[in-house]
Structure formats: C-alpha cells, structure tokens
Design a protein around this ligand. Structure first.
Ligand SMILES: NC(=O)c1ccc[n+]([C@@H]2O[C@H](COP(=O)([O-])OP(=O)(O)OC[C@H]3O[C@@H](n4cnc5c(N)ncnc54)[C@H](OP(=O)(O)O)[C@@H]3O)[C@@H](O)[C@H]2O)c1
Length: 257
C-alpha cells in the first residue's frame, strides 16, 4: 500500500518515535497527517514543518470520549499509527498502589484497542488501509524492572493478532512493530547503543509497503526475536538470563562494527 497521497493518524506525535513517524510520512508524500498529542501546544514544532499537510489534534489515548469524537470528526483515514506509549519501571510487589501498572495497561493496551475500535469503520472506507501498532521486544521477552510495560506490550501483541483476523475482511492490514532500544526520552535510561527513531519509522513504513505484518526494525530486535524462536523454553523459564546474554552479544557486535 502507498503512503504517498494518503491520510495517516499518529498518536504521541509531539516527540520521540511519533515525531519521527510524522517526519518520515512527510518525506514519503502523505497528503494529510493527523498529528495527535495530549497537549496540543507540544505539537507546535512538528506542525510548523508543513501546516498544509499536518493537522495537530489534542488526544489522550486513555480518553474514550475524545477518541470517539475524533473518529466522528475524521471522514477518511488510510493508516492509523498507534505509537503513544509509557514504560513502567516499578516493582509489581510493594509500592503505594497499582496506579502506574494500571496506567501502563491503559496507554499501551486499552488505548490501542479503543483507537482501533473507533477507527475501524473509518479505515473500512479506504481502498487499502492499515493499523500500525508500536509494541516492543519487551512484549515477548520479559524485561526485569519493567514488568508492567512488558505485560502491557504482550497484551498489545495478542491484540494485534486478534485485530488482524477481525479486520482482514474489510481489507485493513495490522502491522506489529517490535523495536529494541530507541534513542528517545523513553530509551534514555538504557546505557547502550540505540536505534534512531527515524530508522524505526522508516523500517515500519518500508514493511507496510512490502506487505509485511511483523516488523523487527533494528538489530537488537532481530537478535531478540531469533533468541525467542530458537529457545522459547529458555525465555519462559529465565528471561533475565536470555536478556543478559543478548545485551552482551549486542554490545560485542557493536564494538566490532
Ligand atoms: N524508546 C525505546 O527504547 C522504545 C523501545 C521499544 C518500543 N518503544 C515504543 O515506542 C513508542 C514511542 O515511544 P518513545 O520511545 O517515542 O517514547 P517517548 O519519547 O517517551 O514518547 C512517548 C510518547 O507517547 C505519548 N503519550 C504517553 N501517554 C500518552 C497518553 N495517555 N495519550 C497520548 N499520548 C501519550 C507521549 O506524550 P507526552 O509528551 O504528552 O508525554 C509521547 O508523545 C512507545 O509505544 C514505546 O513503548 C520505545
């Protein structure tokens, strides 16, 4: 399917990977980009890139009424990019309450679900449409201090598989992007080489063009997926050991290149 001339909605478009998606969509000739963010003022820098083709939109992906209103106000859409996400580096035992853990699920899973439900009828009007869900390799290999995030991204992974089946009949493809570490605010606390947000956006849109549904957009993501496929039992039993070995292998490969 073609991005050129199409209309696309990006959530969390004000910074990080969402901003990179908007830049990449502009470069590829998208006709209209609905760039959404919680705070519409934070979209000013990205909107200024092309005020004719970028429509800034206020949207919190946990606001069901706001999502419904936006879908009702959007006559047509070719691609929905569910990019907005939060990580959750808190222990699951202890802590004052489960607010952070619930928020991770609300943004990374229920937000994606609510947007997919609301926009499915809008996407159905397009000749060729797609939903791109941004997950994480942490959704198939548990990451130690981020259980709430891994759980929410795992739930999103299953959601994408379900959506793919339910939306096939209306011609809407569902892509699942599973990045490793990205050089954004969210990735800042990880002391290792990271993929640029622009390269992740480009790999995702390349996969859309090629007709692929599973996107492993960077080296660490591909290494992680290979480890999962080779030894799913090891991942299930001791994900910490698998991640530690992967990081060591990745760092060694980076220092050689
Ligand atoms: N960075 C990584 O290493 C990494 C790795 C794998 C996957 N990912 C995934 O990539 C996606 C983009 O993350 P990023 O790295 O660009 O992170 P980021 O720099 O922290 O940006 C997160 C974006 O999500 C938005 N957001 C958070 N909660 C929201 C809500 N309730 N409603 C609407 N927008 C909300 C943020 O908006 P505000 O500015 O308003 O907070 C921001 O635009 C996420 O799904 C993330 O899980 C990231």
């Amino acid at each position: 399917m073609k991005i050129e001339g199409g209309s696309v909605l990006v959530t969390g478009a004000n910074r990080g990977l969402g901003k990179a998606f908007v830049e990449e969509l502009l470069a590829r000739g998208a006709a209209l980009i609905h760039a959404s963010g919680r705070d519409v003022e934070s979209l000013e820098t990205i909107s200024a890139l092309d005020r004719d083709r970028i429509r800034p939109v206020a949207l919190d992906v946990t606001d069901a009424a706001g999502i419904e209103a936006l879908a009702a106000d959007t006559p047509g859409l070719d691609v929905l990019i569910n990019n907005a996400g939060v990580d959750c580096p808190v222990p699951v035992i202890g802590g004052d309450d489960m607010a952070d853990l619930r928020r991770a699920m609300e943004v990374n899973y229920f937000g994606v679900l609510a947007l997919s439900r609301a926009f499915a009828p809008v996407l159905a009007r397009s000749q060729a449409s797609a939903i791109i869900n941004v997950g994480s390799m942490a959704g198939f290999i548990h990451v130690a201090d981020n259980t709430g995030y891994s759980a929410a991204k795992a739930a999103q992974l299953m959601l994408s598989q379900g959506l793919r089946g339910e939306l096939a009949g209306q011609g809407t493809r569902v892509l699942q992007v599973l990045p490793g570490f990205i050089d954004t605010d969210m990735g800042a606390r990880f002391p290792m080489p990271k993929a640029s947000p622009r390269s992740i956006a480009a790999a995702s849109l390349d996969a859309l063009k090629r007709g692929e549904d599973l996107v492993l957009p960077d080296t660490f993501a591909r290494m992680s997926f290979d480890a999962f496929v080779a030894r799913p039992d090891a991942v299930m039993r001791d994900p910490g050991a698998v991640i530690a070995a992967l990081v060591q292998q990745f760092m060694a490969s980076q220092s050689q290149s």
